[in-house]
Design a protein around this ligand. Structure first.
Ligand SMILES: Nc1ncnc2c1ncn2[C@@H]1O[C@H](COP(=O)(O)OP(=O)(O)OP(=O)(O)O)[C@@H](O)[C@H]1O
Ligand SMILES: O=P(O)(O)OC[C@@]1(O)O[C@H](CO)[C@@H](O)[C@@H]1O
Length: 305
């Protein structure tokens, strides 16, 4: 079973404003809301690609109720731990540019954290855990490391989609898959990554540091895949960009969905790119029809064994 863990879920409130004026009264031209948080997005896209998963994490209050009911209405199994404060609301503002305001999220008590550790301890070799997103400030900063150590003790494969130190510290524990974007990759190495060639160079280093499979996304510039056997540079499909929220998470879900079926990393990477772009071309997350339509536009420009 695939489990996704979202330590800090959100209700994503996506609003469009023409010519946003800071300090003035702005009125929306459209508004919509969805359950969010990176792991939850992975579960939602997996479901659309016909793969079941169970969503774990902390939720609270009316926003937490909204997320749980929404996921259940989509047929996604959940086993959230309740906390006393409300789950955060993240504002995604679409105007001349995309601007995001992410909340800091509820306080997580020691007991709630121990409940989570207990859940993770019950996963087994047949399971895969996706750890995605930021860690609430009330949890220790080594929370991901603590969780992946338990995974390794029990033979559970895990995927990490997180930034900076969170990602760096799990590398030596051998994640099955990581997916930094080019900014995050640059941050890790104290440099700027602006081309697919650069991304390949640093992606290879992440493999040497312990990651089994690495995808680096570079928004409209392409994407790269690296593991110990193969290095691939891919284009990304062309289309009308609607909202990039969840595009990276969709890449993780696209990869895992195809890997579950084929165990073929090249095919899984093609699905990953098509799923990322399908979400970028949608308000909300991608659907299966668009992913399959875009697959025909994913071309590997370079492939080295
Ligand atoms: N302008 C675009 N045109 C086509 N595809 C795009 C575009 N922007 C993003 N994508 C698709 O989305 C994927 C992920 O984009 P990006 O590199 O922005 O990841 P990210 O920063 O992790 O995303 P997120 O916004 O979810 O944090 C890309 O690999 C690509 O498939
Ligand atoms: O604050 P975090 O945990 O880093 O990111 C949370 C978030 O921005 O990531 C998702 C998109 O990837 C959104 O659904 C959500 O609002």
């Amino acid at each position: 079973m695939i489990y996704t863990l979202t330590l800090n879920p959100s209700v994503d409130y996506i609003v469009a404003v023409d010519n946003m004026e800071l300090g003035g009264l702005n009125r929306t031209t459209s508004e919509t809301k969805f359950p969010g948080g990176k792991g939850i997005n992975v579960s939602r896209v997996l479901k659309r690609l016909d793969i079941n998963s169970k969503a774990l994490g902390f939720i609270g209050g009316f926003t937490g109720d909204y997320i749980e009911k929404y996921l259940q209405s989509e047929g996604i199994e959940t086993k959230f731990i309740r906390v006393s404060e409300d789950t955060r609301i993240n504002v995604k503002l679409k105007s001349n540019q995309e601007t995001e305001i992410n909340g800091s999220g509820p306080c997580i008590s020691k007991d709630a954290f121990l409940d989570l550790i207990n859940q993770i301890s019950h996963l087994s070799q047949e399971d895969l855990l996706v750890l995605a997103g930021s860690i609430p400030s009330t949890l220790p900063s080594n929370t991901y490391e603590e969780i992946v150590k338990i995974c390794n003790e029990n033979g559970v494969r895990f995927v990490v989609d997180a930034e900076g130190d969170l990602l760096k510290k799990v590398l030596s524990h051998n994640p099955f898959l990581i997916k930094p974007n080019h900014h995050e990759l640059g941050q890790l190495f104290g440099t700027t990554v602006s081309s697919c060639e650069d991304a390949l160079t640093f992606g290879k280093q992440l493999v040497e540091m312990g990651a089994e499979n690495v995808i680096v996304s570079l928004a409209d510039k392409g994407a790269v895949f690296v593991n110990k056997d193969v290095q691939i540079i891919s284009n990304v499909p062309k289309g009308e960009m609607k909202s990039s929220v969840g595009a990276g998470d969709s890449m993780v879900a696209g990869f895992l969905s195809a890997y579950e079926r084929t165990k073929d990393v090249k095919e899984s990477f093609r699905y990953s790119v098509a799923s990322g772009s399908a979400t970028a071309f949608s308000i909300g997350l991608c659907n299966r029809d668009l992913v399959e339509q875009l697959l025909t536009q994913v071309n590997f420009q370079e492939e080295r064994e």
